[in-house]
Design a protein around this ligand. Structure first.
Ligand SMILES: Cc1ncc(COP(=O)(O)O)c(C=O)c1O
Length: 375
């Protein structure tokens, strides 16, 4: 690094690792000359975007004016199903932005933030950026260990993150355990429940808003990126008490949600057909993938989301690279704090089949190898 920049840089940034989104389709095209790779690496919606959202985007004729920054109609629409009001909803440029806004609002250097390990990497990254101390509590059997997380809370703890369903394992916590945890937390600690994948949960999954109703020092994060297939427009939202929402609104950037994004989401929220088809595709894809994993004799965590963490007997990074060569993009668990596992997004039937075929070929090759070496 050039010396003057070294002097300028905030100390929390000196050892700062950027967020790594995984390999892009373009990269695979360039590196391997594969024109149409199968991308199952970013937990996107395999059906594309909500058609109603796309129609709303196409109907936009003018972008010259600043928008009404309070997005009252959209916030009211998000609040309505819960019987809440606009004062309970804050919007973000993706839920990623809201994570950073939470840190900007609440975390001073040296403050502690409790989270699972592994969990969504942005929690740790934003804690580093804020100079906060991440207290990472290992999952137990792939699930947040809420007792150990509670034991990790101290007088310096400001935020506690429960990612439910958890990225990268896909697992969810039990409803009774989450409520007991929420009740046992000190009242001045903010519980953040990241539910980017909430819509994919079955009926036993917990709605974070139910926790919020009981414990106002709770924030529930959601996104339009997954279920509505709108990752590119960057839209996330959070439910919280009016006081917390007001604080976050004061900290976020003005006009953080673009007009087209708001219009697309407002339309997507009424796209029941796309919503239902997305859930149905995910359920069918999960059955297809779990059946294949059972046949192949590899462990996979039970998922409550639209991706599955599956064990690979081959080094995860090597498996990931070998799959790339075969035109299938997944995430290696090595970079996600989940060594020995791959994270695979549930795709369409042909996408899942392409992944299974490539994975199976890889395992067969690997199983032959020691025998060949012994000959
Ligand atoms: C747990 C979790 N939270 C949040 C996000 C990001 O959501 P957004 O696209 O709204 O920023 C993701 C995306 O992968 C995620 O896995």
């Amino acid at each position: 690094m050039q010396p003057p920049l070294d002097r300028l840089l905030r100390s929390s940034l000196r050892a700062f690792a950027p967020y790594k989104p995984g390999t892009s389709v373009d990269e695979v095209r360039r590196r391997y000359g594969i024109e149409h790779p199968v991308k199952l690496s970013q937990n996107e919606n395999p059906l594309g975007s909500s058609p109603k959202a796309m129609a709303a985007l196409h109907a936009i004729a003018d972008l010259s004016a600043y928008i009404e920054d309070d997005h009252a109609a959209l916030r009211e629409r998000l609040a309505r199903p819960y019987g809440l009001g606009v004062e309970h909803v804050v919007l973000g440029h993706g839920s990623n932005e809201l994570v950073q806004v939470l840190f900007n609002a609440f975390v001073d250097p040296g403050d502690e933030v409790v989270m699972g390990k592994p969990t969504f990497s942005l929690f740790r990254k934003d804690a580093d950026l804020a100079g906060g101390r991440s207290i990472e509590v290992p999952l137990r059997d792939g699930v947040h260990d809420l007792d150990a997380m509670l034991a990790a809370v101290t007088a310096r703890t400001k935020l506690v993150f429960v990612c439910d369903p958890n990225n990268p394992t896909g697992t969810r916590v039990e409803r009774a355990a989450l409520f007991a945890f929420a009740r046992a937390l000190p009242p001045d600690v903010l519980l953040v429940i990241d539910q980017a994948y909430r819509e994919f949960m079955d009926a036993d999954g917990t709605d974070g808003v139910d926790v919020l109703r009981e414990r106002p020092m709770t924030v529930v994060l959601r996104t339009a990126s997954k279920i509505y297939g709108l990752a590119a427009i960057r839209f996330g939202y959070a439910y919280g008490s009016p006081e917390i929402v007001d604080t976050l609104n004061r900290v976020r950037l003005p006009f953080n949600v673009a007009g087209p994004a708001a219009a697309a989401v407002l339309a997507a929220l009424d796209d029941r057909e796309f919503f239902a088809r997305s859930i149905e595709t995910n359920e069918r894809g999960k059955r297809q993938l779990y059946a294949a994993f059972e046949r192949l004799g590899v462990h996979a965590y039970p998922t409550a989301a639209n991706f599955i963490a599956v064990a690979t007997p081959i080094d995860a990074q090597a498996a990931y690279l070998a799959l790339l060569e075969r035109g299938v993009i997944v995430r290696s668990g090595d970079g996600l704090g989940m060594p020995g596992y791959l994270r695979v997004t549930v795709g369409t039937e042909p996408e899942n089949a392409a992944f299974v075929a490539a994975f199976e070929a890889l395992l067969a090759e690997w199983r032959r190898r020691p025998m060949e070496a012994a000959r």
